[in-house]
Each structure stands twice: as structure tokens, then as C-alpha cells.
Design a protein around this ligand. Structure first.
Ligand SMILES: *[C@@H]1O[C@H](CO)[C@@H](O)[C@H](O)[C@H]1NC(C)=O
Ligand SMILES: *[C@@H]1O[C@H](CO)[C@@H](O)[C@H](O)[C@H]1NC(C)=O
Ligand SMILES: *[C@@H]1O[C@H](CO)[C@@H](O)[C@H](O)[C@H]1NC(C)=O
Length: 383
């Protein structure tokens, strides 16, 4: 009987092992939601757009947006607006304007926020004069904070290293590689126009001191005017998967192949984006917009207005297979007008930090650009 008993024990042990390694069932619900910015007021800001969100190494949340001074248009004078939360999104500081572009005809555009967890530094990369509307050249700029977002450096001109190609980072977050290859590297991806659209990533291997261009996925025809249905990769959000590859979820600007998201993967730390690694995700239908993506504990999350023509129906989806398939259920966050979105999560070891993700998005009743809202999502059905 002895050998059998051993086998029986072993089976029990194995089963227990399998059970404990399984994460609880993902069953998201909106736990709390509040408006961070409302445009159209009597103040000095006409419209808030392009929300970004990040964690900090000290466990705070930072929310950024473009405060468009005179109109809702992409071109024109702006501030970068910031609000901080030091209590996991329950309450938020007043708005601080951390950058003012003066009265440029074609002002600043956000942007990618990237956290260097090794130095504790939060870096924010944005563009100036991206559209070259009555100004020239275009510049890629950086501000950074060493004190959890309380104070910010003067803007640094990365175009001295990168050149003056129009480069619009994100919008969303950049990443610091947690796994090899290129562990520790900062990777900020964005898109270009005028001199050629496509997805481009800029890389720093010294905590943001020096930057260079890495991977590119160029539009076709490159450097030429586009037609409807041409291949035109645009705004994008990179995430690192647990195998060290970088998955980039991309706006399919001209609806090439589908009215859905493009996804491309870099296997070498952001140096290249091979066409072999490009696919079209027919589950992720999309009205040509900037969407959110996030990897947390092996689960990939995706947020966008899930409709193929209209910016409505802000929806959260999740994948247990790194995006090869998506769970059938989805969480509708707002059925009405909704636009750009970005996600983050706190990275502490507390039970609390494991339970939530945060989604910031453009939300309105008649138009998506009326407000910017922050939803705190409980991943396990409130349990
Ligand atoms: C940034 O640097 C580039 C290259 O030296 C320069 O052409 C551009 O005018 C600079 N931009 C700003 C805002 O100073
Ligand atoms: C909203 O998204 C869900 C999930 O993708 C989808 O089933 C539904 O048809 C969408 N509704 C509208 C009005 O787009
Ligand atoms: C997209 O939204 C429109 C309403 O604006 C609706 O008629 C249509 O069915 C939606 N599409 C999908 C795929 O849900």
C-alpha cells in the first residue's frame, strides 16, 4: 500500500499547488469614479483632453492632461495640468499647471509618462510644435520630478539628441523594462506625422539622460499623403509582457484591414518591430482613437470606446493569454461619448494594491471631450 499512498499524496500536493498558483477569477467592477477635470468653465481653460495616468514608486497616483486654453483643437496654446493622489485615488490635489507653452501657434501635445523605479524619478515626455502650424521646427521635450510629482524640472529639449522629426509620444505611459532583454531601459513609443507617420520608440539606457531612436513601424506609403485604408500606424501604448517582449497596441488610423486595433511586438527591448510580429486584433474594434493597455500579474487589460465608428461605449477587456484571446465578458464603464483612455496600477505588495486598476478617460454626455474622469476598478467583484 505504501507506494500507492505516496502517489496519492503527490497528487494531492500537485493539485494544491495548481490551485494556489491560480489567481482569483477576474470579475471587474467600477468601485469608485470621479471627474478630475471639467472643461468649458469660466476659467483660463477651454477644454481638458489627452489624459495620462501613472503610479509612482512611493505609491501615489499622478494624473496629467492637456489644458487647452482657447479651444478644443489639437493646435493652440496649452498648459500641462497635473493632479496627485496620495491615498490610492480617494482624494486628489487641486490642479497644478506644471508647463505653460506661452502663446505658441502650435503649442505642446501630450505625451508619455514613464517611471524609473530604480531612481524613483517620474519623467514626462511631450512634443512642441508637433503640427508645425506657424512654427518650426518640432521639438521633443522632457520634464522630470524627483519628489513624487510635487516639483518639476525645467523643460529639457531632447531634440538636441533626437533631432527635430515630429514625434508625438503615447499618449499614455512609457515603460521601464523589468525583464531582459535590456532590463532597466526606458522605452517611450509614439507616432510621427508630416515627415512620415508610423510607430517610433525612443530609448534611454541611462535613466533618461540620453535618448536615441530605436524601433520603427513605418506607414505605407511612407512620407507620402495617405488615402483611406492605407497602412497608417498611429498613437500607441506599449506594455511589457512577462517574457520580456514589448507588446504595442496601436491606433489603426486609416482602418487598414479592419476597423480594429493593430498589435505589434518587439522581441529585442524596443530596437525593432518586425512585420512578422504585427497582427490585427478583430476582437478589439475601434473608432480610430488612443486606447489604454496594461499588464498586471500576467493579465492584459485593454480600454477603449468599443465601437467601430463612434467614440462611445468606454469598455474594459481582459486577456489571460497575453492578448492572443480575450475573455467573452467585458466591463462597460460608460455607455455614452468617451474618447482617449489610459490605465495604471499601484505596484506595492499590499493586498489593496493587487486588487485595483485605475482608468482615466475622456467622458461626456453630448461629446467625449466634456470632462476627464477617473474610474477605480476592483478586479475581483468587490471581494
Ligand atoms: C530644440 O533643439 C532643436 C535642435 O537643436 C532646435 O532646433 C529647437 O529649436 C529646440 N527647441 C526649443 C523649444 O528650444
Ligand atoms: C459596447 O461594447 C460591447 C462590448 O464590446 C458590445 O457588445 C456592444 O455592442 C457595444 N455597444 C455599442 C453601442 O457600441
Ligand atoms: C456603434 O454605435 C452606433 C450608435 O452610435 C450603433 O448604432 C452601432 O450598433 C454600434 N456598433 C457596434 C459594433 O456596437
Amino acid at each position: 500500500m505504501e507506494p500507492l499512498w505516496c502517489v496519492f499524496l503527490l497528487v494531492l500536493l500537485l493539485r494544491e499547488d495548481a490551485d494556489s498558483s491560480q489567481s482569483p477569477q477576474i470579475d471587474p467592477l467600477v468601485y469608485d469614479e470621479q471627474l478630475l477635470w471639467v472643461g468649458g468653465g469660466a476659467g483660463e481653460v477651454n477644454t481638458y483632453r489627452i489624459p495620462l495616468l501613472t503610479f509612482t514608486p512611493r505609491g501615489s497616483l499622478l494624473a496629467f492632461s492637456e489644458a487647452r486654453k482657447h479651444s478644443s483643437g489639437d493646435i493652440g496654446a496649452k498648459f500641462i495640468a497635473l493632479r496627485r493622489s496620495t491615498d490610492k485615488g480617494a482624494t486628489w490635489s487641486p490642479t497644478y499647471f506644471i508647463v505653460d507653452d506661452g502663446s505658441l501657434e502650435d503649442g505642446l501635445n501630450l505625451g508619455s509618462v514613464v517611471v524609473d523605479e530604480q531612481t524613483g524619478c517620474v519623467l514626462l515626455v511631450y512634443s512642441l510644435c508637433f503640427h508645425r502650424y506657424h512654427c518650426s521646427p518640432s521639438s521633443t521635450m522632457l520634464v522630470e520630478s524627483l519628489d513624487d510629482g510635487l516639483t518639476w524640472s525645467r523643460p529639457r529639449n531632447l531634440s538636441e539628441q533626437l533631432g527635430v522629426k515630429s514625434f508625438a509620444p503615447g499618449p499614455g505611459f512609457g515603460i521601464q523594462k523589468r525583464y531582459d532583454p535590456a532590463k532597466g531601459r526606458l522605452v517611450v513609443c509614439g507616432h510621427g506625422t508630416l515627415e512620415g507617420n508610423g510607430v517610433f520608440c525612443v530609448l534611454s539606457d541611462d535613466h533618461g539622460r540620453t535618448w536615441r531612436y530605436g524601433a520603427a513601424l513605418k506607414s505605407i506609403p511612407y512620407n507620402q499623403p495617405k488615402k483611406s485604408l492605407d497602412f497608417n500606424p498611429d498613437e500607441c501604448q506599449p506594455v511589457e509582457l512577462q517574457d520580456g517582449s514589448i507588446l504595442i497596441n496601436v491606433r489603426n488610423q486609416n482602418n487598414y484591414h479592419c476597423r480594429c486595433r493593430m498589435v505589434v511586438r518587439s522581441l529585442d527591448g524596443g530596437e525593432t518591430l518586425p512585420v512578422d510580429e504585427l497582427l490585427f486584433d478583430h476582437t478589439l474594434i475601434d473608432p480610430m482613437v488612443a486606447a489604454g493597455a496594461l499588464q498586471k500579474e500576467g493579465v492584459l487589460y485593454f480600454s477603449n470606446p468599443a465601437n467601430s465608428t463612434d467614440r462611445i461605449n468606454m469598455t474594459l477587456r481582459w486577456s489571460l493569454t497575453d492578448g492572443r484571446s480575450w475573455e467573452d465578458e467585458a466591463l462597460q464603464i460608460w455607455q455614452g461619448p468617451s474618447g482617449y483612455s489610459s490605465m495604471t496600477t499601484l505596484v506595492g505588495d499590499s493586498v489593496e494594491d493587487k486588487k485595483y486598476i485605475f482608468i482615466i478617460y475622456e467622458k461626456g454626455h453630448r461629446e467625449s471631450v466634456e470632462t476627464i474622469s477617473l474610474a477605480k476598478v476592483h478586479l475581483y467583484g468587490g471581494r
